[in-house]
Design a binder for this molecule. Sequence first.
Ligand SMILES: O=C[C@H](O)[C@H](O)COP(=O)(O)O
Ligand SMILES: C=C(OP(=O)(O)O)C(=O)O
Length: 450
Amino acid sequence: MTTTVDPEVLAGLEHFRALVARQQPTWPDADRLDAAVRHLGSQPPLVVPAEADTLRDRLAAAGRGEAFLLQGGDCAETFAEADAGRIRNKVRTILQMAVILTHGASMPIVKMGRLAGQYAKPRSSDTEVRDGLELPAYRGDMVNGHEFTTESRTPDPHRLVQAYDISAATLNVVRGFTRGGYADLRRVHEWNQGFMRNPAYARYERTANEIDRAIRFMDACGADFDALRTVEFFVSHEALILDYERALTRVDSRTGRAYDTSGHFLWIGERTRQLDGAHVDFLSRVANPVGVKLGPTTTPQDAVDLVERLNPGSVEGRLTLISRMGAGTVRDALPPIVEAVHASGVPVTWITDPMHGNTITSASGYKTRRFADVLDEIAGFFEVHRALGTVPGGVHCELTGDDVTEVLGGSEEIDDEGLARRYETLVDPRLNHQQSLETAFLVAEMLQRS
Ligand SMILES: O=C[C@H](O)[C@H](O)COP(=O)(O)O
Ligand SMILES: C=C(OP(=O)(O)O)C(=O)O
C-alpha cells in the first residue's frame, strides 16, 4: 500500500530555509546550484529507510548497554582517494577493531563508517591567507578543491553531484566487502600477523591470543563461518551542506515519514547545533537516527533543549549524543550534562568522540593530536558514565586504514619529526591503522572493566 505524501511533511522539510544555516558555502552561481540540486532530487536513494530503521534499533541497544557502537573513518573523505584499496583498508580496520571490541565487551558491536558522504567540513575561518593571498577556506570536496588557487577554492555546485556519485560507488564497494566474504572472521583476525610482531604490543598479546583461540575453537566446533561472512555495516557523515541533504531526502511510501537517504546516520556538528538554527530544524524532521556533537561549552540546559527538540517522541536509538570535551575537561564538563539529560527522561545513546577536543599544533606546525589524550578522553568518558550509572555506548574516531603519521605517540612513538613522514590528511589528523587497533585493545579493556 502506498501512502500519499502529507503536504505538511514536505512543507516542513523546507522550513530550514527561513533559518540561519551556519557553515554554508557561498555558491557563486545560483542556476548551477539549482541544476545540481534538481539532478540530485531525481536520483535514487543511497540508503533505504528500512536500513536506517534497523540502525535505530541497534543504537537503542547500545543506549541500553546491550551493544557498543564503533564509528570511524576519515576526517574528510576525498574524491581522489575513493579507490577500492583505501576503502578496503578503512573497512578492514573497522572490522578488526570490532573483533577486538566484541571480545572485550562480549556483546554486539555496531559498525559504522564516517564514509560515503563525509565530504564537507565546518571551518574555523571562512578564508585562508597564504603569502598575502586570501582565498575561501577548503570546506571539503563536496564544496571546493584543496589546491590553493582561486579556481579550485571557488565553491562549485557540480561537486554536490560528484559527492553523490562517489558516495554511491563507495557504498557499492563497502557492501561488496561486508557482504561478499571479506568480513570472514578468519581473515579479519589477520591483524595478528604484523601488528603483534612489534614488541611494543606485548601488552595486548594475551587478548590477541584469546581471540585466536576462540576463532580456532569455533572452527573446530564446526561453526558455519560462511554464515558469518556477512556483517552489518552502516555509513554516516556530518549533515552539513543542507542543499545536499535536502535534495536526498525522500518521503517513505511505507510510513509517510521523511528520511535523509544520503546516509544511515547523520550528525550535527559542534559548530551548527544552535537550537534555532537550520541544521537542528532540518534533522528534527527526518526519521533517521541522528547525532549531535557536544563540545566543552555545552551547558546542561543546551543539551536538554537539544534532546527534547530532536527526540520529542522519546524513541530509543533516535538520538546519539557525541561528547567531545577534551581530555582535560571531560571529567568536569560531562557529568552535569549527563545528569541533566538523564533527569529529562528522554532516552539517548552516549558515545565519545575523543578526537575533536584534543587538537593541538605541534612545534613544527602540524595540526595534530596526542594519542595519550585520545585515550585519556575515552577513559574519562567511561569513568563519568560508571560513576553516574549511565551507559557508555560507543566511540567515534577519525581514523584511516593506512600507515599515515598524523597523531603523536602510540606504540610506534610518532614524534613531531615523525609527523612529516606521512602526513596526508587535508583537515584533521587521523589515527593510523596501528593506532586504531591499539585504541580498540584499550577500549576492550575498559569494556571488560564495565
Ligand atoms: O574536523 C573538524 C573541523 O572541520 C576542523 O577541526 C576545523 O578545523 P579548522 O580549525 O582547521 O578550520
Ligand atoms: C567537525 C567535526 O567535529 P566537531 O563538530 O565535533 O568539531 C567532525 O567530526 O568532523
